[in-house]
Design a protein around this ligand. Sequence first.
Ligand code: SAM
Length: 348
Amino acid sequence: MARLESQVKMGFYPTPVEVAEHIGKMLKIPDDARLLDTCCGEGEALSILVGQSAAETYGVELNRPRMTLAKTRLNHVLWADALYDCICSKEAFSLLWLNPPYDTGGFDADQNKERLEAVFLKRHWQYLQEGGVMVYIIPWSSLEYAASMLTKNCRNLTILKFPDDLFWDFNQIVLICVKGRPNKAEIERNQAILNSAMDAFIDGDLDQVPSTNMDTEIVYDVPASGDLEGFTFRSVRLDPEQALEKLKTSPVWEKANIQMFPSTLAKSIRPLTSLREGHLAMLLASGMMNGEVMGPDGRRLVVKGSVTKGVINSTEETDTATRYIRTDCYEITVRALCFAPVEIITIR
Ligand SMILES: C[S@@+](CC[C@H](N)C(=O)[O-])C[C@H]1O[C@@H](n2cnc3c(N)ncnc32)[C@H](O)[C@@H]1O
């Protein structure tokens, strides 16, 4: 897959259903767990994973249509850039599902372009609680960028490859591990597993690594999340649709409505005495009566009033000098579009 095409898809390479189902069988998820997918796409992978458990599912997705679909599958979904927009409690989740976009991102401290897979891992690891389980899906070629961090920070590491027919162009692998400080023996074990997987890829000896569709005895116990005071999961990104819903119930809305759409207010005005012609002209000109009106003879008119500021230049001669005078003036225009017969009437 060409890189450009991948970027247009915004890195949308969803986990195949078979792979998600297989990983689901390797995880024991209690009802009181919080599961997080920080690049949740359409939410399918996490919804397969949660299975019959009553665990709460949390997703973050940058692409709006995918986020909308994810909302139908997961309990809580944010429309956000998971690297910059999320305000999310640390160490609050029992499971982190991380299948990030496969690409290069910004520059690191040494001015090298960093792989996004590694950037997402470093940033989102903090959301996983101690003893929590991470499922990390990346192209095999990106393993080297994550190896050093994983060696020193996880235990009980397993690496599986996608089945051959699902490799697409990326040769994805699945890393499953438990967050926790490894002892010396565990560090050596992590190193051995990671090195052997990296070597297998370089040597083209992919059969060295077991595939997700093989029978396995390995089971990970996902811990419960427990209550967390002040638990936060929100986005700083403004969702215009949600904002509009909230705005409509806000007392500020009425004031803003009057300012922005004066004509909607005009419908509810009931003056105590009938308006004089001068008042009507002012209301028309100010735009308060814009819109469709029906004349007493049943004729429909669409009225639009406006006021434009102009300047009148004049001169005044005195005995000794000529005085140039600029006077501000306001020109009132009312236009009416009549439908039968069709004509535009302009009154200035
Ligand atoms: C490889 S797909 C994984 C989808 C899903 N998690 C799965 O495993 O099937 C990566 C998803 O990350 C989304 N994404 C890319 N950059 C993102 C960002 N900065 N914040 C949140 N989501 C992002 C993409 O739109 C895409 O849907």
